[in-house]
Design a protein. Structure first.
Length: 229
């Protein structure tokens, strides 16, 4: 399987969330060797979408001649697209948001009704793609936290999507927290193996991955203490 990872964190490989993503990919490799490419979005030249819709009228050519053209080709050539990113203001970090906005050339202006909503008709074939969202957050739990981003991801990719949300994610960059982060990463790795073998992750595993690693009150107290509060 050809996997394209879009790392939306400005921290690149040092991203808290990338610890989770690497564990997931290790699990997929445990099931079978995978072809994996990672793009650190912060390093790419991606202009903002101007909303001119030229690409939706001319067959998919954007007015901007930047790195996005090559990224679109890589997306279409992949079997699985993994968006790995920290939660910023309940949504995507700006570089990754700019990238997603620039996927507009994959769609045309024509619309079709799917269920009870309308979608743009594609200008390219990407029905073969699967989509995984791996999102970390510095908050102690998932309540009233990830919901906007989860809803957005489901609307962007209504088919073949898998979502992992992980609170307390800064702990993955803290060596002293290995006693709790180690087992959680092992769980994510098992989830990756199961996903590679079956194409899905059991709901109870997803829920366990998204649960706090330490009591949320303890985590909040540690964070507040580190900030001198």
């Amino acid at each position: 399987m050809k996997i394209l990872v879009l790392n939306g964190s400005p921290k690149r490989d040092l991203s808290d969330t990338m610890h989770i993503t690497r564990a997931f990919l290790d699990g997929m490799n445990d099931a079978a060797p995978q072809e994996i490419e990672t793009i650190h979005v912060i390093d790419k030249h991606i202009e903002y979408c101007t909303g001119c819709f030229a690409c939706m009228h001319n067959g998919g050519t954007c007015i901007h001649d930047d790195d996005m053209r090559g990224i679109l080709e890589e997306i279409l050539a992949s079997d699985l697209l993994i968006l790995s990113f920290p939660l910023y203001n309940y949504g995507l970090p700006a570089p990754l948001k700019a990238l997603m906005d620039r996927t507009l050339p994959l769609s045309s202006m024509a619309m079709q009704k799917i269920g009870d909503r309308y979608e743009h008709v594609g200008q390219a074939s990407f029905s073969h793609l699967g989509y995984v969202m791996i999102c970390g957050s510095g908050f102690p739990n998932s309540k009233h936290n990830f919901e906007p981003m989860v809803a957005e991801f489901k609307l962007m990719f209504p088919e073949n999507h898998t979502i992992l949300t992980v609170p307390e994610s800064p702990m993955f960059n803290a060596p002293e927290a290995a006693v709790v982060t180690g087992p959680r990463l092992a769980l994510v790795r098992r989830a990756g193996r199961i996903f590679a073998e079956t194409g899905e992750i059991p709901a109870e595993t997803v829920e366990e991955i998204g649960s706090p690693m330490i009591p949320e009150e303890v985590y909040a107290a540690i964070v507040n203490g580190m900030n001198g509060k």
